[in-house]
Design a protein around this ligand. Structure first.
Ligand SMILES: NC(=O)c1ccc[n+]([C@@H]2O[C@H](COP(=O)([O-])OP(=O)(O)OC[C@H]3O[C@@H](n4cnc5c(N)ncnc54)[C@H](OP(=O)(O)O)[C@@H]3O)[C@@H](O)[C@H]2O)c1
Length: 282
């Protein structure tokens, strides 16, 4: 067996730590999903990203149990659906998530979308704050929150999220969001970091830089994330591609290569037009 890769960690606002690259698990379900998660853990992944709405917290839990790696070596994240933002429903949803995943505690739990028209995300946030105090959630954060949503949370509860998980990839680099989060000390995780099923990996700029480096286009994109300080969560069901995506710690992109990739960004670069100011998910 090849040696597992070790991913460096960083410290969050609340003093807990998180690996700076993790496994996305969207669409990893059932037995095949559990096997994919177990394979990833054996390769060295220590951060796993699931959600109530992915309907795979069970497969992630089964993958953890089958991996042979101790639970306390892993950081397991899940997310609260939009339909459970009311305080009591949020508490119950987190309890249900824990049962499904078969864990006593999540290392990180996020509000999946702010759903600003619904307007209940502060209530959901208060539930996560209380569940953290009760010891069921080690760290709490949000996903798809815009600066105005973060401001409101902080104003109304006094507690800032330690993480915001948002869409970031070379077509949508979110430069402004990154500087705003750096000022607030909030760690940024990148979803769809390699562009999901789009043509992003075929971009001539990315292929050219990958060739200059002797690396794959996906490794090149993941390295770009790491050098920008965002935490990418690439999903792969395939053990070989999972290992490829971890092997990004023995090369670097030059400043020029970084700028050329960031230069692919466009204002409408979202993969599916999901602007959190108006898009809602339940
Ligand atoms: N918070 C949110 O609202 C939100 C939204 C979307 C996603 N997420 C999270 O972010 C994670 C990642 O995003 P994503 O799943 O949308 O997309 P992604 O990770 O950008 O891309 C996944 C796709 O890339 C392929 N791939 C992965 N590594 C590859 C490689 N080395 N070479 C070639 N192809 C490769 C995968 O295929 P194979 O599986 O066949 O390798 C899969 O089709 C999700 O799984 C989920 O955990 C969160």
């Amino acid at each position: 067996m090849t040696q597992p890769h070790t991913v460096p960690e960083r410290t969050l606002l609340d003093g807990t730590t998180l690996p700076e690259l993790g496994l996305g698990t969207y669409n990893l379900r059932g037995t095949a999903g559990a096997e994919a998660v177990a394979a990833a853990i054996r390769s060295g992944y220590r951060l796993l990203d699931t959600a109530y709405n992915y309907e795979n917290e069970g497969a992630v839990g089964a993958g953890i149990a089958a991996s042979g790696v101790d639970r306390d070596q892993l950081r397991v994240t899940s997310k609260l659906p939009g339909r459970y933002h009311r305080y009591d429903q949020a508490v119950e949803a987190v309890q249900e998530s824990l049962y499904r995943a078969g864990v006593d505690c999540f290392d990180l739990y996020l509000i999946h979308w702010p759903n600003p028209k619904q307007g209940l995300y502060t209530e959901a946030w208060q539930a996560l704050i209380d569940l953290q105090e009760a010891g069921l959630l080690r760290s709490i954060g949000v996903s798809n929150f815009l600066p105005e949503h973060l401001d409101r949370l902080h104003r109304e509860t006094g507690v800032m999220p330690s993480v915001n998980q948002i869409e970031i990839h070379p077509w949508f680099p979110q430069e402004d969001q990154l500087s705003a989060h750096a000022e607030l000390g909030i760690a940024v995780q990148a979803w769809s970091p390699v562009g999901r099923n789009s043509q992003l990996q075929q971009e001539p700029v990315i292929r050219g830089i990958a060739e200059e480096l002797g690396r794959s286009p996906v490794q090149t994109i993941l390295r770009w994330h790491i050098q920008r300080g965002t935490i990418p969560l690439p999903k792969s069901a395939d053990p070989a591609r999972q290992r490829e995506n971890l092997a990004v710690y023995d090369f670097e992109l030059s400043e020029d290569q970084m700028e050329r990739i960031t230069g692919l960004g466009r204002p409408d670069g979202r993969l599916a037009g999901q602007d959190p100011a108006v898009y809602e998910e339940f």
